[in-house]
Design a protein around this ligand. Structure first.
Ligand code: HOZ
Length: 431
């Protein structure tokens, strides 16, 4: 396969960017080889600098629910761009995008726009601490809430582990207040609350986990979190940066009817441009400056380009309601993949929710938490990843990143993907 230009650019990139990238997973460390440098995206496809075309299942890690360069979104960006890139002043587009978010999540009174999911979760925890006057935060193994210090805690073993930083540069004192427990284990959560409940400011959770691969909540898990937090006066934060507007016009919270105290959003609400948001009831959100004493600010927050791209995206989602079709196509793809792997005798577990899914190459029957997810055969994934690149399909370059579909992944694209998988699996030495 000719990847001459990507190879050359990667060498050059390493001279000016740590590891040659701006975000670690893009360096292909989990799968090996040379990252493809991308030149263009169109619909369900991306094109690399060597002129190769791939069906894209990365989709910029989630924002592109309509695929690359949907006309409604690019027109909105162009129209906003013609008026300026940012003013450091309020603009009408913030009100309109907040209005669409409130419509989709009826429990939300106020929205604060930031620039990334990381900023949203970081500020959400500050808000919960300010509201409760408590310091501890409970998170789950394998749930990723961005790279703020509080959240970068090594997954603990056993029931509950107080924070051990998983990255150098984080003082132990900072993550001392981060409690970590396995996803989907409500018994462990209850035990932690029995011991420390009155000191816990918040539980933060991805209501469908998307960063250890896709892991679905067990029946009653999220309701259990709601009850535990309520009875101890802690806040519940749903991190729907991935699931917001990907699984419904709303999110998991609106789908299952469990209302968090604070909701964090990102990705799709920016229509492909950088964005984040923290949202909640007036009583909590009014703590934010300038209405309240909690400081949070940003030069690019609420910038008109992201707001306009987000507005065009949410308006189109509302009008077109593509979620049934997205779910059907995801299911069709999974069904076809299941047959392909079965024919080759490769054990696989699929987890999916509407337009996002994962495949775990494990002999286990289900994947319900981080330790299940870690049983996936990483070598096999890497081999499959490269075999698929050769067949024109781009998977995420890590077995723990989710696969994203868009409305541009129509029936033909799904069949093209299945054909490519069929060839890749047949040709390679996967067992
Ligand atoms: N960890 C991010 C996705 N879960 C990576 C995003 C990126 O590299 O673009």
């Amino acid at each position: 396969m000719n990847i001459e230009r990507s190879t050359h650019l990667f060498v050059e990139a390493k001279r000016c960017l740590p590891g040659g990238v701006s975000s670690p997973v893009r360096a292909y460390n989990a799968v090996g080889g040379v990252p493809r440098f991308i030149n263009e995206g169109r619909g369900a496809y991306i094109f690399d600098v060597d002129g190769r075309k791939y069906v894209d299942y990365v989709m910029a890690y989630g924002p592109l629910i309509f695929g690359h360069r949907h006309p409604a979104v690019t027109e909105a960006i162009e129209e906003a761009l013609a008026r300026g890139t940012g003013f450091g002043a309020p603009s009408e587009s913030e009100i309109r995008l907040a209005g669409l978010i409130k419509e989709a999540f009826p429990f939300v009174d106020l929205v604060r726009f930031v620039n990334s999911g990381t900023e949203a979760t970081m500020s959400a925890v500050r808000l919960a601490r300010a509201q409760t006057g408590r310091d501890y935060v409970l998170k789950f193994e394998g749930c990723y809430h961005g790279h703020a210090d509080t959240f970068l805690v090594r997954p603990g073993s056993g029931g509950s582990t107080s924070g051990i930083p998983s990255s150098p540069g984080i003082p132990k004192e900072v993550v001392r207040y981060t409690l970590v427990t396995p996803y989907n284990d409500i018994g462990a959560v209850e035990r932690i609350f029995e011991q420390k409940g009155r000191k816990i400011a918040a539980i933060i959770v991805e209501p469908v986990a998307g960063n250890m691969g896709v892991v679905l909540p067990k029946k009653g898990f999220l309701q259990g979190l709601r009850e535990a937090s309520k009875s101890y006066g802690a806040l519940l934060i749903f991190d729907e940066v991935i699931t917001g507007f990907r699984v419904a016009f709303g999110g998991i919270s609106t789908k299952i009817g469990v209302e968090p105290d604070i909701l964090t959003l990102g990705k799709i609400i920016g229509g492909g441009l950088p964005v984040g948001a923290l949202c909640g009831k007036r009583s909590v959100m009014e703590l934010l400056a300038p209405q309240g004493p909690l400081y949070q600010a940003g030069t690019f927050s609420g910038n008109p380009l992201s707001m306009s791209a987000g507005m065009a995206t949410l308006r189109t989602l509302k009008e077109e309601n593509p979620y049934g079709a997205l779910r059907r196509r995801t299911e069709r793809l999974i069904e076809g993949l299941r047959d392909i792997f079965k024919a080759k005798g490769i054990p696989v577990v699929f987890n999916h929710e509407t337009a996002v899914f994962s495949m775990f190459f494990t002999r286990g029957e289900r994947v319900m938490n981080l330790s299940d997810a870690q049983s996936t055969d990483k070598k096999l994934y890497a081999e499959l990843f490269h075999a698929l690149l050769a067949e024109g399909v781009m998977l995420p370059p890590s077995p723990y990143e989710a696969l994203f579909l868009s409305t541009a992944h129509g029936d033909t694209v799904i069949e093209e993907t299945l054909k490519a998988f069929g060839k890749a699996v047949a040709r390679s030495s996967l067992t």
